[in-house]
Write a protein that binds this ligand. Structure first.
Ligand SMILES: *[C@@H]1O[C@H](CO)[C@@H](O)[C@H](O)[C@H]1NC(C)=O
Ligand SMILES: *[C@@H]1O[C@H](CO)[C@@H](O)[C@H](O)[C@H]1NC(C)=O
Ligand SMILES: *[C@@H]1O[C@H](CO)[C@@H](O)[C@H](O)[C@H]1NC(C)=O
Length: 427
């Protein structure tokens, strides 16, 4: 009897131990199995989310598969396709009436993907005037709850564009419309004022963001938020933007007084005074990646305030103001004034742009980059799927220009690629 009881106990013990070992093994297998690792796989973009461009084979496109590239090209010139990819502004006004459903169905991230990203919030200024679909896909690609976003819609934008963008922003507590919108004039001062007004609002509305990035509606990221954060951390306080000697053929922009007449910028014969404090005027572009300290200087430094006043009647101040401030001694993250500290757009991380006159066949010594696979607009490449493989090899955080109303394949493949990468980075 006693022996039986002891054997029974031993048996029970063995069974419990066996169960424990099995559990341990199962949990270990689970820990490395794809099913377990794909905890957030519901956030991946699938074909079910895609528009008519989901027909394209993105993984083949990214591998430079000629057949897939040809198929994509053919698709974008098909009449039925071009018609099918247009989304009316009213769609967004209706779809955002139910914000919860909008964010869920569009798969917006509603939590920071990592502690590292949560501890390094960014501030974005987005200056937009049309193409709501482009804006919404851009916002979705860069949206995380720890960042903040200021959106400037041109005062002369269509009423439906304004309403649609306002409706989208109202779904997010950390996305807001600029408090003082302006009437943007191409190549004129108001383009800078739009960014300045967002800088003011962003600086004032949160004290914890670390870097500022400005975008327009036709930009798109080439990196995930984590990659952006890591790149910015590695800058260790420095800014990254184009800032070079101004070429002689552009000097007229800052030596002649310009004025805005009937919504257009016009040159006059009047000569401009030299810049305040004899600041050397540099050449650059409108898109920058700068530290919070740089923005503080822009808003508070008296030398910069004087420079801003001086720049208001110049041509295309967006293409020299930020570049000039970047070389003023004492501005946080700035670089030396000496020409040895010049930095080109290809060396800065702010923006990848293919200028038509710098393109050329691969291997050509004169060419800065391979030929545009899409169309040119005002000398700038509007990317197509064929540009993607090369673009993804570059270090830039963002690229310009994309247009989802003429060629949505490039954006479609980029957004799929980036979301997949962001979720893979979790492990
Ligand atoms: C995409 O192309 C790859 C070859 O590059 C192929 O293996 C894959 O099956 C294709 N996917 C689809 C959905 O056609
Ligand atoms: C408006 O949006 C809802 C979902 O939020 C959708 O069910 C409905 O079909 C939409 N109506 C129109 C006219 O698009
Ligand atoms: C910042 O916000 C405060 C409080 O809302 C306001 O008083 C101040 O004028 C703002 N500063 C700027 C530069 O807008």
């Amino acid at each position: 009897m006693r022996l039986l009881k002891q054997t029974w106990l031993l048996l029970k013990l063995i069974m419990v131990l066996g169960l424990l070992v099995t559990l341990l093994l199962v949990s270990q297998i689970k820990g490395t199995s794809p099913a377990y690792m794909r905890k957030y796989s519901w956030l991946e973009y699938t074909d079910a989310d895609g528009g008519p461009e989901k027909k394209c084979n993105c993984s083949a496109i990214l591998r430079r598969d000629t057949e897939a590239l040809q198929q994509a090209k053919l698709l974008t010139i098909t009449k039925a396709f071009v018609k099918a990819i247009q989304i009316p502004d009213e769609y967004y006004i209706n779809a955002t009436k139910d914000c919860r459903n909008f964010k869920l169905s569009r798969k917006y991230l509603t939590f920071p993907l990592s502690k590292e990203e949560e501890g390094f919030p960014l501030a974005y200024s987005m200056v937009v005037h049309h193409k709501v679909q482009n804006f919404e896909r851009l916002l979705r690609a860069i949206y995380t709850p720890q960042n903040i976003y200021c959106v400037h819609v041109d005062q002369k934008a269509q009423a439906s564009v304004y309403s649609a963008i306002k409706a989208i922003t109202s779904c997010f507590p950390n996305v807001f419309m600029v408090s003082q919108p302006v009437n943007v004039v191409y190549s004129g001062w108001p383009r800078v004022q739009a960014d300045l007004n967002c800088m003011t609002d962003l600086y004032n509305s949160s004290t914890n963001w670390k870097y500022f990035i400005n975008l327009c509606g036709q930009d798109f990221p080439l990196k995930t938020n984590l990659e952006i954060v890591r790149t910015l951390r590695s800058l260790r306080g420095a800014n990254s933007l184009e800032s070079e000697k101004m070429p002689n053929e552009k000097q007229w922009r800052v030596t002649k007084v310009h004025e805005i007449v009937g919504g257009n910028i016009k040159g006059t014969d009047k000569k401009k005074e030299p810049p305040p404090f004899n600041l050397p005027i540099m050449s650059g572009n409108a898109y920058i990646v700068v530290s919070r300290g740089y923005i503080r200087s822009v808003l508070e430094d008296n030398r910069i305030k004087a420079l801003i006043e001086w720049a208001k009647d110049t041509y295309s101040p967006d293409e020299f103001l930020w570049a000039t401030i970047q070389r003023i001694p004492g501005v946080p993250g700035s670089r030396g004034t000496h020409p040895k500290y010049d930095i080109t757009d290809m060396n800065a991380v702010a923006r990848l742009v293919k200028w038509q006159w710098h393109e050329g066949s691969q291997g050509s010594l004169q060419a800065a980059y391979p030929e545009c696979q899409g169309q040119h607009v005002r000398g700038i490449c509007v990317y197509s799927a064929g540009d993607l493989p090369w673009m993804l090899e570059q270090h830039h955080l963002f690229a310009n220009k994309f247009d989802t109303s003429t060629d949505p394949v490039a954006v479609h493949c980029l957004e799929k690629y980036l979301r997949k990468k962001a979720l893979a980075e979790l492990w």
